[in-house]
Design a protein around this ligand. Structure first.
Ligand code: GTP
Ligand code: MG
Length: 200
């Protein structure tokens, strides 16, 4: 019997509002992180756990990476950037567009400095025509040496299973970090407080 499991850490990074928290909630099938149309919703690192027969993925949702304008912003960016070196795979979320702005280039520069494999996740494909998706892939392909490029819709759950498969490819074999019924490291009080913040 060979029951070896894969287990490791995947972080979600990207500019504010690209859908990091929405994707994480969708992947684990529960609402833990708050989401909103306003940027800079996530203020700290939120950890959630996905367990299946293959093993366990610990997701780290981070604050959006942006040019910091104040102390809170600076703190949020530091949290996101520090996380890059600590994980097995990085999921970089981008908007579905061929335009690569200064914000994306800044993130690409940070990513070029770490050895961690980067999966480019083109999110919100429910908002564009199917045939356009290839043009976005082409626009991004040369920006960085991506491990994979996966188009998804975090909102609708499109390509969710493909993304999970891709993540497992980059995880090492090893013992699980959490019980199989653990979903997050966030205390319930914290989840409740965050959900109240979202409703404001
Ligand atoms: N149409 C569409 N909207 C999406 C999708 N994913 C996220 N959104 C919307 O985009 C907005 C931002 O989503 P969040 O998940 O809060 O984004 P975030 O990247 O976590 O934002 P910060 O925490 O502020 O950095 C919300 O209004 C979401 O409903 C998607 O796949 N399709
Ligand atoms: Mg967020």
């Amino acid at each position: 019997m060979n029951e070896q499991k894969k287990t490791g850490f995947a972080t979600l990074i990207g500019r504010p509002n690209v859908g990091k928290s929405t994707l994480m909630n969708q992947l684990i099938g529960q609402k833990i992180a708050i989401t909103s149309h306003k940027p800079q919703t996530t203020r700290n690192r939120i950890q959630t756990v996905y367990t299946c027969d293959q093993g366990q993925i610990v997701f780290l949702d981070t604050p959006g990476i942006h040019k910091a304008k104040n102390k809170l912003g600076e703190y949020m960016v530091n949290v996101a950037e520090r996380t890059l070196k600590e994980v097995d795979v990085i999921l970089w979320l981008v908007e579905p567009t061929t335009f690569i702005g200064a914000g994306e280039r800044h993130i690409a520069e940070q990513l070029a400095r770490v050895n961690t494999p980067v999966v480019l996740v083109i999110n919100k494909i429910d908002t564009v025509k199917k045939e356009e998706v290839l043009t976005f892939i082409d626009a991004y392909r040369n920006l960085l040496d991506f491990a994979e490029i996966v188009p998804v819709s975090a909102l609708k759950g499109v390509n969710k299973d493909t993304l999970i498969e891709v993540i497992f490819q980059y995880l090492p074999y090893g013992p699980m970090f959490y019980d199989e019924d653990t979903v997050t490291d966030q205390p319930l009080r914290q989840i409740a407080a965050e959900l109240i913040r979202e409703k404001r």
